[in-house]
Write a protein that binds this ligand. Structure first.
Ligand SMILES: Nc1ncnc2c1ncn2[C@@H]1O[C@H](COP(=O)(O)OP(=O)(O)O)[C@@H](O)[C@H]1O
Ligand SMILES: [Mg+2]
Length: 249
């Protein structure tokens, strides 16, 4: 049995009187690809922000442990230094930065060679892209690939991808799958937040959440079936699936 690299321990995150995460407990196993699925508004991005420690998501009950140690009181950059990274749906905050700077921003090896290698891996010719800017002149698919290159250069211990398939073409999607393979081979742990059944196929197991609560966990096949019947359309009356919650396949 692999050990848990990340443990979410009975988190209650209340914002404006609403429990966005409601007694949520999960464990993510080292070196594996996990999916987090659930309907819109389930709390998936909130979970990602809470794991990363983003502003507004740090005041909660319960604990988050990385490799057995609480990270609850660590800043975003301290968490990043531990090797935890979050790939945002839209990296707009990097607007205007040179591609090479963007790629090596979070990398241990900050050489141009490293940035070039990462670009080649995601199928972009380094000579054509290294000195471009991350701006509107790049297509959505190119931006996504450059973002994947930055994740590869980071060599993260744990990477959370929040809907990596949103707004991209088939070619970029296949690069995401290649990237997942590379990350897995390097021993990174992946948390894949997604709606896409195509993307789900690449996860080894997953969690189904709704209203900030864990409904079920286990095999992707089981979760997909539940997602179709128990969760959509959301009755707002879902109860945790007791059997699944305590049994990890
Ligand atoms: N900072 C915040 N302040 C208030 N409400 C929030 C905040 N962040 C998320 N929410 C609410 O939490 C719920 C879950 O949102 P989110 O985590 O983005 O859902 P998902 O990613 O599963 O679609 C939504 O109702 C959203 O409006
Ligand atoms: Mg979301």
């Amino acid at each position: 049995m692999n050990s848990a690299i990340l443990e979410i321990d009975d988190i209650v995150l209340n914002i404006n009187g609403k429990n966005l995460l409601n007694h949520l407990s999960m464990e993510f196993w080292e070196g594996q690809i996990h999916a987090v699925i659930g309907p819109n508004g389930a709390g998936k991005s909130t979970l990602a922000s809470t794991i990363m420690g983003l502003s507004g998501y740090t005041n909660f009950l319960g604990d988050i442990r990385f490799k057995g140690n609480s990270i609850k009181n660590l800043s975003v950059s301290q968490r990043a230094a531990l090797g935890i990274t979050l790939a945002w749906q839209e990296p707009a905050r990097y607007e205007g930065l040179l591609v090479k700077k963007f790629i090596i921003a979070g990398a241990k090896d900050k050489s141009e060679k490293r940035a070039r290698k990462a670009l080649s891996t995601v199928g972009l010719n380094p000579d054509l892209y290294i000195n471009r800017k991350v701006d509107k002149t790049l297509s959505g698919g190119e931006r996504k690939r450059i973002e994947l290159a930055s994740i590869l250069a980071m060599e993260p211990e744990l990477v959370i991808m929040d809907e990596p398939d949103s707004g991209i073409d088939v070619e970029a999607l296949s690069r995401i799958f290649d990237t997942l393979k590379i990350l897995k081979n390097r021993g990174s742990t992946v948390i894949l937040i997604t709606h896409s059944t195509e993307v789900l196929k690449h996860a080894e197991h997953g969690f189904l959440i709704c209203h900030g609560q864990l409904l079920s966990k286990g095999s992707i096949v089981k979760l997909q079936a539940l997602f179709g019947t128990k969760c959509i359309p959301c009755s707002h009356k879902n109860q945790p699936d007791e059997e699944s919650v305590y049994e990890y396949e």
